[in-house]
Ligand binder design. Structure first.
Ligand SMILES: Nc1ncnc2c1ncn2[C@@H]1O[C@H](COP(=O)(O)OP(=O)(O)O)[C@@H](O)[C@H]1O
Ligand SMILES: [Mg+2]
Length: 237
């Protein structure tokens, strides 16, 4: 049986200064899926993620989360509904400790509890080791784990991950991919993954949307992800 649709967009147009970047974009994601979104630099992948969480207002079209139109809701309301956003470049608070960063993420669900802390440390043990250390002193990979942990603490049903592999050592990329897949298997969390890193896409995604100029131009199944030439064509910068 096919799972329920958790999120879809209809004719989504959004951009900056009155100029649309997303040009009537349509996606449909089902509960528990891990779907990648790929495309060359500047096609609007990050704009899509920002418009899904509510940081870029839509000019037209709709975003439906679990049957509810959410395009008019502010970001914090979407977060409360169960959408977590991990921005490109991570954006952890560098002067706050790891624990304080996690507490910021927990605020949306009434604050940090011991059980919540334990859960995060179980997923990313390094965050436990560095709990009192300023986030800015950690490596890129550790900061990426923190950025993901800050979202996981609110127990989202849908995670928007924008280029988590960017600027991170290959072994940490594989760690993060493995941890996210394990979490997906364990909790059924749905993930939309924007990526350029083919290894990470293959390690995580079950299918893959290809974006060009603000539109989805292809929906590739798992077998296409293993087609090196096809994937390289879509990923070229
Ligand atoms: N804050 C912004 N203000 C104006 N234009 C922006 C802003 N952010 C992105 N853009 C433009 O929107 C287009 C899509 O950018 P983006 O969504 O970041 O692409 P991608 O993530 O696919 O590389 C680009 O032309 C970019 O220059
Ligand atoms: Mg981007």
């Amino acid at each position: 049986m096919r799972k329920e649709v958790i999120l879809n967009t209809v004719g989504l147009r959004a951009g900056y200064g009155g100029k649309p970047v997303l040009q009537g974009l349509e996606i449909e994601v089902r509960e528990g899926e891990i779907v990648a979104v790929i495309g060359r630099n500047g096609v609007g992948k990050s704009t899509l993620m920002k418009s899904l969480i509510g940081l870029v207002p839509p000019m037209d079209g709709s975003i439906v989360f679990r049957g509810e139109a959410i395009e008019a809701l502010p970001a914090f309301r979407r977060a409360r509904l169960g959408i977590g956003y991990v921005p490109q470049g991570r954006d952890v608070f560098p002067r706050l400790s790891v624990g304080e960063n996690i507490a910021v993420g927990a605020a949306i669900k009434g604050g940090l509890t011991d059980a919540g802390k334990q859960q995060i440390i179980e997923t990313f043990p390094i965050l436990g080791e560095r709990w009192s250390q300023p986030a800015g002193t950690m490596s890129g990979g550790q900061q990426q784990q923190l950025a993901i942990g800050r979202v996981l603490i609110a127990d989202p049903d849908l995670i928007l991950l924008d280029e988590p592999s960017e600027g991170i050592q290959p072994n940490i990329v594989q760690d993060i991919a493995r941890d996210m897949v394990a979490l997906n298997r364990k909790t059924g969390v749905t993930i939309i993954l924007v990526e350029q890193n083919l290894d990470m896409i293959r390690a995580m995604a079950q299918r893959c949307y290809v974006m060009e100029k603000g539109r989805i131009v292809a929906d590739l199944d798992r077998s296409a992800l293993d087609d090196e030439a096809e994937m390289r064509r879509h990923l070229a910068v």
